[in-house]
Design a protein around this ligand. Structure first.
Ligand code: BGC
Ligand code: BGC
Length: 620
């Protein structure tokens, strides 16, 4: 694999004992060239001219991003000169279909265009594995599966498809890619990470940025947002929003390095992380946000906060605003509206007072607004505040689904294949499929699908479960039987067991025990007891502790959270394509082994492991 981090440079930093040590700063020269390309003189001077005309109220408005659910009155966009609106995981229009989304986003935009200076709005959404909030959009494998493909060109193509689907709903900003380096599988966001190696994350993260934005930020771009800066995947015990404890050289090498690669790829926005570093919240860390990101790494885009994350700084909201803006935040994500605490009107009032009191300098406000305006100019938002309705029709199209199916095929990791059971023949007499996950699109997709937490069942139209895919793939004479609990297996030649984690997102996914569930273990044991050959397919956002399930299966596939295109799994099971995925992190053998930094014993499988069929079949 090509590594994006070969051209290392170093800078002097202090470690926890206060000693000066060298730490890598990567690709600085390339970085200069790239940011110059990203923010050419034209957009800077246009931004400068506009900035000079703006009142303080207009400037502060640009720095505010409000969740659509909190905006009870859309006219508040105009009233407060808001720079951005987002839809969080649960903030959909009442009818959650593409055309409604476009209308919804356009209504907010028309409010912004009625302001004195007509500065267009930037609408943001969590399109983190495809345009995942929208019914009928194609859902890609979560990042951990894309990490298993180890294929930067494929990641880039997948994100281009996502960008088209996002633009089809009137939206120009995706809160992606997540370039967390997940070190501890207990972390509920492990599946949002490409893997446990900073080199892999850097390479695929940069590819994702290119896919969303293109070679440079322009009128065809969806603005990417590398997140969450920094150390989100390194917290103690894998606790979401927890504390990452390490010295600065380690932080840079492990968690900052992927941001350097993203900046080199031209990323226009970066989201700051909920987590702390050595006990201090990232949202108040001026050294890392301003000195390192904007200074050393020459990041020219803007920094956005995470969801109400500044509220955790304390002791009160005014001080949250002061600390975060002075630390270097340019835009603040606010999920609260009228009648709620820490709402957008309060943020605006506080920031205004802080400027009047001299606690936040006018220069700091100008820097923030300049950065936001530069991105908006560069993206051609002033000329084209509306997106192309022709793209709406392409959402969930067969061509888009084909790319996702390819991603699924490439993401599967074959962990075991005794007696070369796989690939299966398409003309065996009878295949018994068991396990709820085989026929549950929601489990196949995981969290961040339609709902923030994801959900069980038929979550979105247009997808194919593995059961449906198997039925489509076999010869006409072959019978595919299905039972969730695996009751009757007698007449089958082979049993395919599909098991795994139920959907979750963020903190709700934190677990200290990653054993396969007892029901799933029992199902595999039952399949084994039938004396048939057993293939197990596991859907999970991270490696689970397999126990006897591995011995009891003749073949075992880690399929991660593949998304809507179950046909990609069938392609590999039947050998239309050989498995090529490689583990993007070590696979632990026990619950004592879930953190790669503190594992005491040998993993069950090392990072990079993945079997294949020993032949390469032509692609479909
Ligand atoms: C998550 C972010 C996400 C944001 C907006 C936060 O809770 O940490 O990843 O982009 O919400 O939905
Ligand atoms: C929102 C998510 C957000 C989360 C943060 C949820 O209600 O839908 O987008 O990330 O809250 O806590």
């Amino acid at each position: 694999m090509r590594t994006a981090l070969s051209a290392r440079r170093t800078v002097l930093v202090r470690n926890t004992r206060g000693q000066a040590v060298r730490a890598p700063i990567l690709l600085l020269s390339l970085c200069f060239a790239c940011t110059a390309k990203l923010f050419a003189a034209d957009s800077s001077s246009e931004a400068e001219t506009l900035l000079a005309k703006m009142t303080l109220d207009e400037k502060i408005g640009q720095m505010v991003q409000v969740d659509s659910n909190a905006l009870k009155d859309k006219a508040d966009v105009k009233k407060f000169f808001l720079g951005s609106v987002l839809s969080g995981g649960g903030s959909d229009p009442p009818d959650n279909y593409p055309a409604t989304w476009k209308k919804f986003a356009d209504e907010f935009q028309s409010q912004a265009l009625q302001t004195r200076l007509k500065i267009p709005l930037l609408y943001g959404i969590d399109a983190v594995h495809g345009h995942n909030n929208i019914l009928g959009a194609v859902i890609f494998p979560h990042h951990i599966g894309m990490g298993a493909t180890q294929d930067a060109a494929l990641v880039e193509r997948a994100e281009r498809v996502t960008a088209e689907e996002v633009m089809g709903t009137g939206i120009r900003w995706a809160f992606a890619p997540c370039i967390a380096v997940a070190r501890d599988a207990r972390w509920g966001r492990s599946y949002e990470s490409y893997g446990s190696s900073p080199d892999l994350v850097a390479e695929l993260g940069a590819a994702a940025v290119r896919g969303l934005q293109g070679e440079s930020l322009d009128k065809n771009s969806v603005l990417a947002c590398a997140k969450h800066f920094a150390g989100d995947g390194g917290t103690l015990h894998g606790k979401d929003q927890g504390d990452t404890v390490c010295d600065e050289p380690t932080l840079r090498k492990m968690f900052v390095a992927p941001y350097d690669a993203a900046i080199t790829a031209g990323v226009g926005s970066i989201m700051v992380s909920f987590n702390s570093w050595n006990g201090h919240k990232m949202h108040g860390n001026k050294h890392l946000l301003t000195e390192v990101l904007k200074g050393e790494l020459r990041f020219q885009g803007f920094l956005v906060s995470d969801w109400a994350a500044i509220d955790q700084l304390g002791p009160d909201y005014k001080s949250d605003v002061e600390q975060s803006i002075n630390a270097g935040l340019d835009m603040v994500m606010i999920p609260n509206g009228p009648g709620e605490k820490n709402n957008y009107a309060q943020f605006i009032a506080h920031l205004k007072v802080l400027v009047a009191e001299g606690k936040v300098s006018p220069a700091r406000v100008d820097d923030a607004v300049r950065r936001i305006l530069r991105v908006k100019f560069r993206m051609g938002l002033f000329q084209n505040p509306w997106t192309d309705a022709a793209l709406t029709a392409k959402i969930g199209s067969p061509e888009h689904r084909e790319v996702a199916r390819e991603c699924v095929r490439e993401s599967l990791v074959l962990l075991k294949n005794s007696g070369r059971l796989l690939p299966l023949k398409k003309d065996v007499k009878r295949i018994a499929v068991v396990g709820r996950a085989a026929d549950d699109l929601g489990m196949q997709c995981g969290g961040w699908t339609i709902d923030w937490q994801g959900k069980l069942g038929n979550v979105t139209p247009g997808g194919t479960t593995l059961l449906a895919a198997l039925k489509k793939s076999v010869s006409p004479e072959t019978e595919v039987t299905y039972s969730a609990d695996g009751k009757d297996l007698k007449s089958a030649e082979v049993v395919i067991v599909v098991v795994g984690e139920k959907p979750y997102a963020e903190t709700q996914g934190d677990r200290s025990n990653l054993d396969l569930s007892t029901d799933d273990a029992r199902l595999i044991a039952r399949a084994r007891a039938s004396a048939k050959r057993v293939v197990t397919v596991l859907y999970s956002g991270r490696p689970l502790v397999l126990g006897t399930a591995l011995e009891q299966s003749d073949a075992f596939i880690a399929a991660w959270l593949p998304g809507t295109e179950g046909l990609g799994v069938a392609d590999v099971l039947f050998g239309d394509c050989a498995p090529r995925g490689k583990l993007p992190r070590p696979w632990p053998a026990s619950n004592g082994d879930l953190c790669v930094d503190h594992s005491s014993s040998k993993p069950q499988f090392a990072a990079g492991f993945g079997l294949t069929y020993g032949y390469r079949v032509s692609q479909k």
